[in-house]
Design a protein around this ligand. Structure first.
Ligand SMILES: NC(=O)c1ccc[n+]([C@@H]2O[C@H](COP(=O)([O-])OP(=O)(O)OC[C@H]3O[C@@H](n4cnc5c(N)ncnc54)[C@H](OP(=O)(O)O)[C@@H]3O)[C@@H](O)[C@H]2O)c1
Length: 241
């Protein structure tokens, strides 16, 4: 994938970090976003560089619509990414009866509004170029619903709807749009889950690793994917069948 640029939204750690490294291995040049040039972000950049990839960091908070749209617009005017991976996401779990407005709003702002803030300006440029690939990281929770995650499940189900609608809208312009839906992946986000209760529900009898997700994203981003479009690919060890 020489001379191809991938923009990974939320690339500093976890699944995003593994995606950056996978795309680096495939030969992409990478720009990844996160809120600040943290130690994690700098070490992800350095690891990608060590794989001989050009890699840089773009900082913005997805919750800030103006800043996010401006940064994406500025990037696209300079160079339109060939691939965008919308990976950033947060969870603020609580049962709905006790869920605060902030817990609801923040999850919607990052997971769903952030998608609009990034993808809307970028799609305009991809349409003009008549090529591109958009890969969205949703969740098994968005496919099946998860108790204690009404906000998160709603945001991730919303992304699935957005991916399918967008795939219908722009497929004929040679822009591929797909989603991946991870199950339980070992990252900071799942550190506090009661893993021993969940494990028996997973037919492969193990939790996922960020690399399990990144390898599918890499496939969808590369030219090997010739006809997968508008799909939601579960990466969950059989948790959702
Ligand atoms: N882990 C799982 O089991 C699992 C399962 C299903 C789906 N997912 C989804 O997979 C994606 C990655 O999850 P993960 O487990 O790798 O999470 P993670 O380790 O918490 O990483 C989240 C990433 O999103 C970025 N981010 C968060 N809030 C942001 C904001 N307001 N503005 C800009 N960037 C922001 C973070 O960057 P900073 O450096 O700025 O914090 C970080 O790069 C998420 O969409 C998540 O919902 C995860």
């Amino acid at each position: 994938m020489k001379n191809k640029l991938a923009l990974v939204i939320g690339g500093s750690r976890g699944i995003g970090r593994a995606t950056v490294l996978r795309l680096a291995t495939l030969g992409f040049e990478i720009i990844f976003s996160c809120r600040a040039e943290s130690e994690e972000a700098l070490s992800t950049r350095d690891e990608a560089t060590a794989l001989n990839a050009k890699c840089s960091i773009l900082t913005f908070n997805l919750e800030n619509r103006t800043e996010t749209m401006q940064k994406v617009e500025t990037l696209c005017k300079e160079r339109v990414p060939d691939v965008i991976v919308y990976n950033a996401g947060i969870s603020r779990d609580n049962i709905l009866a006790f869920m605060s407005p902030d817990e609801w709003d923040q999850v919607m702002r990052v997971n769903l509004d952030g998608f609009y803030n990034v993808i809307q300006p970028a799609v305009f440029h991809m349409l003009a170029r008549k090529s591109g690939r958009i890969i969205v990281v949703t969740s098994a929770s968005g496919q099946t619903g998860q108790a204690g995650q009404v906000n998160y499940s709603a945001s991730k189900a919303g992304l699935i709807g957005a991916v399918k609608a967008l795939a219908r809208e722009i497929g004929r312009k040679n822009i591929f749009v797909n989603a991946v839906a991870p199950g339980v992946i070992e990252t900071a986000m799942t550190e506090k889950l009661p893993k021993e209760k969940i494990k028996p529900l997973i037919p492969l009898n193990r939790f996922g690793k960020p690399e399990d997700v990144a390898s599918v994203i890499g496939f969808l981003a590369a030219e090997e994917n010739m006809y997968i479009h508008g799909q939601v690919i579960g990466i969950n060890g059989g948790l959702v069948l």
